[in-house]
Each structure stands twice: as structure tokens, then as C-alpha cells.
Design a protein around this ligand. Structure first.
Ligand SMILES: Cc1cc2nc3c(=O)[nH]c(=O)nc-3n(C[C@H](O)[C@H](O)[C@H](O)COP(=O)(O)OP(=O)(O)OC[C@H]3O[C@@H](n4cnc5c(N)ncnc54)[C@H](O)[C@@H]3O)c2cc1C
Length: 439
């Protein structure tokens, strides 16, 4: 049985630890903060609970596979609920579209509300990603890739100069469709001119498999996984900040923490599940990457709201300058509401006033609020859970993972292959487990 030390106890670190322990390895998990969960640890104040980052996931099969492959199936521990409306977009011309997940027919009808032919234009845009998904699933997302020996179909996509910005301008005359297609990337701190066109395949995943939330919030996932660390006998050390990986003769031999070194033994390995730029031994390998920065975030605790504000969808995107995203599904005491607002762009006034301009006036209903700037969020999370910022087509080759140039060091998580977001960080953990294999 070999020793594997997993660095970072967010979703990806816990997912990798659970999978590797089930494969028979002796696993130690090191987490700098006082608790496991990383960006999934909710914000709890004054009886309100807000998801700190993710509120839903694409590709629920990835989460189900994690639970099944590491112990009890997900259905026994948490409730994954498909979202009828993934998000509603409201545009500056007062038109709107509520985007349904998991069905072509419903998307056709929803986009047709924006004008004749819009539904078909949307379906045509999304269906172009079908082949991208099939190709990349088999050689990149679900199978450990070998960047220096890629099949031609993958190479063609990864080397293409077409950006998502260009694709959207070419495809849609209606700016509103461009805004809908661009939104997941804007929300993830990306600049469309730097995102390759193939990455837009998330629209296909949303249409084909839907978006799913977890009953009780994403904190439940963090809790269930933390329990799984116990069942799988992962040795968890919280409040343990990793300072570096000690590399000798080209191999990792120890992990150094503020409390001392952890020896890896002869056949040990390390899985890095946070931003590798923070480790001196790995920094030169990723010095061309930059993190994507989270949005300004406002958690609002609200008392009883007027009726027109109680039936908002789980996620509402209010386009404008700035664009505001309202997430309405936080947990609140009876008769109250817990909302989270993200702001993208220049916010020149109080967020409540900015919301009121969209006819969502909650100024008289706020009983508690938590304002978090991007710098504070990154400090709290010790890095950005949005992973690496796209800087063009070569970024895909600059992220580490599942392997790294150091043979017994692997990379998972938002900063690793295949990228940020729960489905992809979940896949990153599966890729690492697949690469390392059984003990
Ligand atoms: C505002 C926002 C909204 C989002 N919404 C969605 C969404 O709706 N759907 C979706 O799928 N995704 C969403 N995401 C992305 C998703 O939350 C992340 O991609 C995912 O949670 C990242 O998990 P991770 O384990 O890679 O990283 P993290 O959760 O950041 O975990 C990294 C862990 O490593 C620890 N760590 C860091 N440095 C050290 C060190 N030196 N030593 C020891 N431990 C260390 C940290 O404390 C942390 O616990 C959102 C992200 C943000 C910011």
C-alpha cells in the first residue's frame, strides 16, 4: 500500500482522496483551513445560510460516479434535483428568457419567445458542440490525456484560433443570444476574446444533461464528503498549511508544512488540489497562468418580501452595466429569504440601489448583509476556485494534470485539467485516480 498525500480539502481534494482510498491507497489529506469543503463551505450568519460559490452543477453523473466509486451511492446521502429553469436572463430592452435545462424542445420554445427563429438559432448553435463533446470526452475529459500525442481530432480543436467571442459574433445577430451564450464565461471571470470556441460546449451539457442543485445547498456535498473521509479512513489534517513539495532527483520525497515535513516513502505520491502557483516547487511549471477572479459578492438576509419577489427563479441574470446575478436559494428562517448577488463589471453605487433599478427593490427588507470583495474572497479561499483564466488556445496546455512533469506529483481541482466548476473538478479527481490506479 503506497502513501498518497492530497494537498487541499476542497471538493476536488476530497474527491481525489475518497477515490484513491477506495483504490486501496493509504491517503493523507492536508487542508490549511479549520474545516473541509473549500469554496463549498457555506457562509452562515444570523440564521441565514448562503452557498459561498457553486449553487448547481452540470453533468450530475460525475458526482454520482464519485459517490458510487467511493462508497454509498449519492442517492443515499444527498438529493440531486434537476432545475426546470437553469437561469432567467433579463435584458436591457425589458425582454427576457427563462432557459430550461435538459431538453431541446423546451429550449426551442423558450428562445422563440425572443422572436421568430431565435429558438432554432439557439439549437443550431448548441448542436455544433455535440461532436466537440464526443471527441473531447473520449480523449480529454474522461480519459487521462497525453498532451504530446493527441489524436488529430483533439489537436484540431485545441490548436484552433477560433475564439468564443468570434464564434458568437459570427453565429448570432441578436445580441441577447450572444449574452446568454457568453454568460457562463463572464460569470467564471473569463474574457471571451481569450476563451477558445470549443469551451462553449458547456451550453451543450446544459441542454443535454441539465443543471442540478442539491437539496439543502452545496454545503451538504462538503459535509457528506467530509464524512466519507472518515469511512474511507483518510487521515485528515486540517489547520495544516502546505508550504512546498520537497523534490529530490526529479521526484517528490516529502511535503513540507508549517508543522514540519511529511515523508512520502519510496513509492509515495502527491496530489495537488489547489493553485500550484503557491508552491515554489511547481511555480516554474505554471508561471504563465493567471487565476480567474471571483465577482463582488453580497449575501443578503431578507425579511418577508412582496409577492412579485418571492417567485423569482433560482438564478436571475440582470444584464446591464454592471450585470448582476441574483441567486435566491439560500436557507433562511421561516418567512425570510437568503439571496446572493454577484456583480460583474463596474458597480458605482450600492448593490441594493443597482438592484432597485431593475425593479427588484429589497432595500426595506434587508435584515443582514455580508459584502465580500474579490480580494477578500481569494484571501478566504487561499486562491481562486474559478481556476486558471483563459489567455488563448494555449492555456489548455498550461494547466497541469492529471500528471505533472514530476512523475509522482499529480494535479486536480479548479486550476488543473480539465478546469473549474464542479463537473470539471470532479472529473479532474477521477482522472488522477485513473492515472494512479489501484494500490
Ligand atoms: C462565485 C462563484 C460561483 C460559482 N458557481 C458555480 C456553480 O454554480 N456551479 C459550478 O459547478 N461551479 C461554480 N463555481 C466554481 C466551483 O465552486 C469551484 O470550481 C470548485 O468548488 C473548486 O473546487 P476545488 O476543490 O478545486 O477548490 P477549492 O474549493 O478552492 O479548494 C481548495 C482547498 O485548498 C486549500 N488550500 C489552499 N492552499 C493551501 C495550502 N497551501 N495548504 C493546504 N491547503 C490549502 C483551501 O483552503 C481549500 O480548502 C463557482 C465559483 C465561484 C467563485
Amino acid at each position: 500500500m503506497s502513501t498518497i498525500v492530497v494537498l487541499g480539502g476542497g471538493y476536488a481534494g476530497m474527491a481525489a482522496a475518497a477515490r484513491l482510498a477506495k483504490l486501496g491507497h493509504s491517503v493523507t489529506l492536508l487542508e490549511a483551513s479549520g474545516q473541509l469543503g473549500g469554496a463549498l463551505v457555506p457562509v452562515r450568519e444570523e440564521g441565514f445560510t448562503w452557498d459561498a460559490s457553486a449553487t448547481s452543477t452540470l453533468l450530475p453523473a460525475v458526482m454520482r460516479d464519485l459517490f458510487r466509486k467511493s462508497g454509498r451511492p449519492a442517492e443515499r446521502e444527498l438529493e440531486l434535483v434537476p432545475m426546470d429553469v437553469v437561469r432567467e436572463h433579463r435584458f436591457t430592452d425589458k425582454s427576457s428568457v427563462a432557459v430550461p435545462g435538459g431538453t431541446r424542445g423546451a429550449q426551442l420554445a423558450a428562445f422563440d419567445e425572443l422572436g421568430p427563429g431565435r429558438g432554432q438559432q439557439w439549437l443550431d448553435y448548441v448542436s455544433r458542440f455535440n461532436e466537440d463533446w464526443e471527441v473531447l470526452r473520449q480523449h480529454y475529459f474522461e480519459v487521462p490525456w497525453e498532451p504530446t500525442a493527441l489524436p488529430a481530432a483533439v489537436e484540431e480543436r485545441f490548436r484552433s484560433r477560433e475564439t468564443l467571442h468570434k464564434r458568437l459574433r459570427k453565429t448570432f445577430k441578436d445580441e441577447r443570444l450572444r449574452l446568454v451564450a457568453a454568460h457562463p464565461f463572464v460569470a467564471a471571470g473569463q474574457e471571451l476574446r481569450d476563451v477558445p470556441a470549443w469551451a462553449g460546449l458547456t451550453a451543450y451539457l446544459e441542454q443535454r444533461f441539465g443543471a442540478w442543485r442539491v437539496e439543502g445547498g452545496m454545503g451538504v456535498v462538503a459535509e457528506v464528503l467530509a464524512n466519507r473521509m472518515k469511512t474511507r479512513k483518510v487521515s485528515v489534517q486540517t489547520a495544516t498549511r502546505v508550504e512546498d513539495i520537497v523534490v529530490r532527483d526529479g521526484r517528490a520525497v516529502a511535503v513540507s508544512t508549517a508543522a514540519g515535513e511529511i515523508d512520502l516513502g519510496a513509492d509515495g505520491a502527491v496530489v495537488v488540489a489547489f493553485d500550484p502557483r503557491s508552491l515554489p516547487a511547481l511555480r516554474p511549471l505554471v508561471d504563465r497562468t493567471l487565476p480567474a477572479i471571483p465577482p463582488m459578492t453580497f449575501h443578503l438576509g431578507l425579511d418577508a418580501l412582496p409577492e412579485h419577489l418571492t417567485d423569482l427563479p433560482d438564478e436571475l441574470v440582470l444584464h446591464g452595466e454592471p450585470t448582476l446575478v441574483v441567486r435566491t436559494r439560500g436557507l433562511a428562517p421561516e418567512g425570510r429569504h437568503a439571496w446572493t448577488i454577484h456583480s460583474y463589471g463596474k458597480l458605482m453605487e450600492d448593490v441594493l440601489l443597482a438592484l432597485a433599478r431593475h425593479k427588484i427593490d429589497v432595500r426595506e427588507h434587508v435584515v443582514h448583509r455580508v459584502d465580500l470583495g474579490a480580494a477578500e474572497l481569494v484571501r478566504r479561499w487561499r486562491g481562486s476556485p474559478l481556476g486558471v483564466k483563459w489567455a488563448g488556445r494555449s492555456t489548455v496546455f498550461q494547466r497541469l494534470g492529471p500528471r505533472t512533469p514530476i512523475p509522482n506529483v499529480y494535479a486536480a481541482g479548479a486550476h488543473a485539467t480539465p478546469g473549474a466548476g464542479l463537473p470539471f473538478t470532479g472529473l479532474s479527481a477521477a482522472l488522477v485516480a485513473q492515472t494512479i490506479g489501484p494500490a
